[in-house]
Design a protein around this ligand. Structure first.
Ligand SMILES: CC(C)(COP(=O)(O)OP(=O)(O)OC[C@H]1O[C@@H](n2cnc3c(N)ncnc32)[C@H](O)[C@@H]1OP(=O)(O)O)[C@@H](O)C(=O)NCCC(=O)NCCS
Length: 225
C-alpha cells in the first residue's frame, strides 16, 4: 500500500522540485533512499532504491536500480536492472540489460532464500544464516562503456573505460579498457583503437568534463587520426 502511494506521489513531488533541480520523473515511479542530482530524467514504472543518479543521467522506463551509482550523462533504456554496481560517466546502456544480479547459495540444501532472507525467518522458523549475495563484490563499469541490448553482466565483474559489450552477451570475466567483447561467455573480438591511442584517451580523462566543457573534442579526434 505504502509503495503504491509512493509511486503516485513521487512523480508529483519531483514535478514540484522540477523547476529547482530540473529533475523529471515519469508516472508510477518509486524513488527510495536515493540521491538524485540535477538535470536527471527518470522514466515511468521504474524503481530506484539506495542509489545515486548523477547530473544529466537518464533512466529508462521499467528500470530497477538498487544500491548503485549511475555516473554523469550515462543513460539506460527500457527494462534494465542494475544492482550493487558503480557506473562511470557517459555510458550508453541498452534495453533488457541486467548488471550485478545477486547470487543464491549453491552449497545449502536449497538455493531458495528461506535459509537467508529475513522475510522467511518468522513464517518458516529457520535459523537466519547470513549469505553474501554479491560474493565477488561490487560490479564496476568504467566511463564511456556501450552495453548492447539483452546483455547480462555477472555480479562483481569489472568493465574498463571505453569498452563495448555486444548485443546478447553474457559477461563473466573482467573486460579491459576499449575492448569490444561479444558472445556467451563474452570474448574479446578486437580493441577499438591501437594501444597508443587507448593510453592517450585514458590519460585525457575527458569524461570528467561536462559536454559544454569538451572543447578538446577536436584534439581527441586528431588523436584518432
Ligand atoms: C559488437 C558490435 C558492436 C560489432 O562490433 P564489430 O567489431 O563491428 O564486429 P563485427 O561485425 O566485425 O564482427 C566480428 C565478429 O564478432 C561477431 N559478433 C559481432 N557481434 C556479436 C554479438 N553481439 N554476439 C556474438 N558475436 C558477435 C561477428 O559474428 C564476427 O564473428 P566472425 O569473426 O566469426 O565472423 C555489434 O555486433 C553489436 O553487438 N552492437 C550492439 C547493438 C545494440 O545492441 N544496440 C542497442 C542500442 S543501444
Amino acid at each position: 500500500m505504502g509503495a503504491i502511494v509512493d509511486r503516485l506521489l513521487t512523480p508529483l513531488l519531483y514535478a514540484v522540485l522540477y523547476p529547482v533541480r530540473k529533475v523529471k520523473v515519469g508516472v508510477f515511479t518509486r524513488i527510495k533512499d536515493s540521491h538524485i542530482e540535477k538535470n536527471v530524467k527518470i522514466g515511468s514504472f521504474s524503481f530506484i532504491s539506495g542509489s545515486t543518479i548523477r547530473k544529466g543521467a537518464g533512466i529508462g522506463n521499467f528500470n530497477k536500480i538498487v544500491d548503485s551509482v549511475i555516473g554523469k550523462y550515462s543513460y539506460t533504456n527500457e527494462r534494465t536492472t542494475i544492482i550493487n554496481t558503480k557506473i562511470g560517466n557517459y555510458c550508453s546502456i541498452s534495453w533488457n540489460v541486467t548488471i550485478g544480479a545477486p547470487e543464491h547459495p549453491l552449497d545449502r540444501f536449497t538455493t531458495h532464500p528461506i535459509t537467508y532472507s529475513e522475510k522467511y525467518q518468522n513464517s518458516v522458523g529457520l535459523l537466519h544464516k547470513g549469505f553474501d549475495q554479491h560474493p565477488r563484490g561490487t560490479t564496476e563499469i568504467g566511463h564511456d562503456v556501450w552495453i548492447g541490448a539483452n546483455v547480462i553482466i555477472r555480479s562483481g565483474t569489472r568493465i574498463g573505460t571505453g569498452a563495448v559489450i555486444g548485443a546478447g552477451s553474457v559477461v563473466t570475466k573482467d573486460v579491459p579498457p576499449y575492448a569490444i567483447v561479444a558472445g556467451v561467455p563474452a570474448k574479446i573480438i578486437r580493441f577499438r583503437f591501437p594501444e597508443d591511442v587507448r593510453k592517450a584517451l585514458l590519460r585525457s580523462r575527458w569524461w570528467e568534463k561536462d559536454p559544454t566543457e569538451l572543447k578538446e573534442i577536436d584534439l581527441l579526434n586528431e588523436l584518432l587520426g
